[in-house]
Ligand binder design. Structure first.
Ligand code: ADP
Ligand code: XUL
Length: 543
């Protein structure tokens, strides 16, 4: 029988993952990950990155991603998976990261020798050895310059969908232009992580899709074109260095002969534009209609939702991207996600089970102990120097810290997503930490919303596989609609539903106000939260 296999690949901060699906049977055949630190130790990354300048400068190595891709395909071959029957492939990349290439990139890709590894053949194509990634927060100066040139906060948001952000590609490119002028001049093309890896598979330079393009401060969110004003505000001759923009669902070509010869793919395998991990996750958790939001608890924590119509966060903390369906999505990104949770877990020598046990045994509201958890520089709210604030406890209080960080993360998420108008009735959870039920229960209580936990925690790779299937069927005129397609893989009975405990609704509504005051006090010179915190403790923990 002819099987319809589709492959999704996700290059995230810490790992590269493949999800292979069979659409004839609606099943996931395999999920397989290469962890960068463990399997490619000679790149010397820690959690997939190198950081310097007190955590402000954060880069990774594009060759490491390519080598991981080769290792991944080797593993799939060894597992005897039917690579020659895969009809289409798409992918997902951590957003915003940029790859800088010289004019030998295209010819090198075209002439790859399938008897040798790609990594060895790509050694000379870079004008910048490492890639700044989304965790980098070293471009405050460039953010200010670009914002000023675009006419201030409002025009910047209304042109690009977001305020200028330290990690966004435009400010990063401007920094490279300002600090490494000669290398900038030598650069012929600048890719995102997604379009770079798409280029490798394609054997030539690949376009950037509207979903990931929207995370650059360079694309006009209304017209989906590179915006002249934004380009001029960023760096000279930038248009020539950027690939064209396409729909996320566009077919960009067929797989290059290298992969056919070396790994046995069919030469007919079509490639669908890669996108960012968050737009891919939107599909991978099934957000193809209004009323649903998702939280992704990976290296970063993100909160995102499907949007039918364009609306902006004029406070400048959230983003609007294009969704792979052609609609829009909102997104808010918190840098202190899993790595901050790990900092507490490791400080007290806990494993995740023990961590969960403490969450189960400590009371909602944490006796009024409140943490502002900026273990790393934070994106939302903007905190450039790492610092952890604790109200009512200290760093040695294990229980207080474990519950404190989880409550802080979801209170902050609730607080900073207030701008999203569309009502949410349910939240879908994904990412490594979504395997942890105790964490999700607290999130559910704080949002007072049902949370769905999925069996597959890598929704970005699944989303990429589903996107490739959708475009494949569209290309042979057997269109399936998005909702029908995602529902075939995200069946409700397979999920675990976490119900909010109504008993804590008022407590968390009150605690949100205490948290709001603590944050304002520390970051904006607001009123001292002493009294409101005292009232909270009195109301809920009087005896
Ligand atoms: P990314 O895609 O950003 O590389 P993942 O979504 O794979 O990251 O998530 C990786 C993170 O998941 C790890 O850093 C780890 O802290 C976290 N994680 C894994 N299992 C658990 C668990 N049971 N509870 C909480 N966090 C977990
Ligand atoms: C989103 C963001 C992160 C990265 C890495 O804006 O910066 O979520 O995409 O996951």
């Amino acid at each position: 029988m002819n099987m319809d296999y589709f492959l999704g690949i996700d290059c995230s901060t810490q790992s590269l993952t493949a999800v292979l699906i069979n659409l004839s049977k609606n099943e996931v055949i395999i999920r397989y990950s290469i962890n960068f630190d463990e399997e490619l130790p000679y790149y010397n990354t820690q959690n997939g990155v190198f950081s310097s300048n007190g955590g402000k400068v954060v880069h990774s190595n594009p060759l490491m991603w390519v080598e991981a891709l080769e290792l991944l395909f080797k593993a799939l071959v060894q597992k005897n998976l039917p690579l020659n029957e895969i009809k289409a492939i798409s992918g997902s990349g951590q957003q915003h990261g940029t790859v800088y290439l010289n004019n030998s990139f295209e010819t090198t890709l075209k002439n790859l020798d399938s008897k040798k590894s790609i990594v060895n053949q790509l050694q000379k194509v870079f004008t910048r050895e490492t890639s700044p990634i989304w965790m980098d927060s070293s471009t405050t100066k460039q953010c200010e310059e670009i914002r000023l040139e675009l006419g201030g906060l409002e025009p910047t948001i209304s042109i690009t969908g977001s305020n200028t952000f330290e990690r966004f590609s435009g400010p990063q490119i401007r920094k490279f232009y300002e600090q490494n002028y000669d290398d900038y001049i030598q650069t012929s093309s600048i890719h995102l992580v997604s379009s770079f890896l798409s280029s490798i598979l394609l054997g030539k330079s690949s376009p950037i899709d509207y979903g990931d393009g929207a995370g650059m401060n360079l694309m006009n969110i209304r017209t989906n074109q590179w915006d002249d004003k934004a380009l001029d505000a960023t760096a000279p001759n930038l248009r020539q260095k950027l690939p064209p923009l396409v729909n996320s669902y566009d077919v960009v070509g067929k797989i290059s002969p290298y992969f056919v010869e070396r790994f046995g793919f069919s030469p007919e395998t079509i490639l669908v534009a890669w996108s960012g991990d968050n737009p891919n996750s939107l599909i991978g958790v099934g957000l193809t209609e209004k009323g649903k939001a998702a939280i992704s608890l990976g290296t970063s924590d993100t909160y995102f939702s499907f949007m039918k119509t364009l609306s902006f966060d004029m406070m400048g903390e959230g983003h609007v991207f294009r969704a792979p369906t052609g609609d829009f999505m909102s997104l808010i990104c918190f840098k202190n996600g899993s790595l901050a949770r790990e900092a507490i877990k490791d400080k007290f020598n806990l494993n995740w089970n023990e961590f969960g046990e403490i969450l189960r045994k400590t009371p909602p509201g944490n006796f009024g102990k409140i943490m502002l958890p900026y273990f790393l520089p934070e994106i939302v709210p903007l905190v450039l120097e790492p610092i952890v604030y604790r109200f009512g406890f200290d760093e040695n209080d294990m229980q207080g810290n474990v519950r404190g960080i989880i409550e802080a993360q979801f209170l902050s998420m609730r607080l900073h997503s207030e701008w999203i108008q569309e009502q949410k009735e349910e939240i879908y959870a994904t990412g490594g930490a979504s395997a942890n039920k105790e964490i999700l229960q607290i999130a559910s209580n704080i949002f007072n919303t049902k949370i769905y936990q999925f069996e597959i925690t890598n929704s970005a790779a699944l989303g990429a596989a589903l996107r490739s299937a959708k475009s494949y069927y569209d290309s042979i005129n057997e269109s399936i609609n998005w909702t029908e397609l995602v529902n075939r893989f995200l069946k409700i009975q397979d999920n675990y539903i976490i119900q909010p405990n109504n008993k804590y609704k008022e407590l968390y509504d009150d605690l949100l106000e205490v948290y709001r005051k603590c944050e304002k006090f520390v970051l904006k010179n607001g009123e001292d939260p002493k009294q409101i915190r005292k009232d909270f403790v009195k109301k809920y923990f009087a005896n």
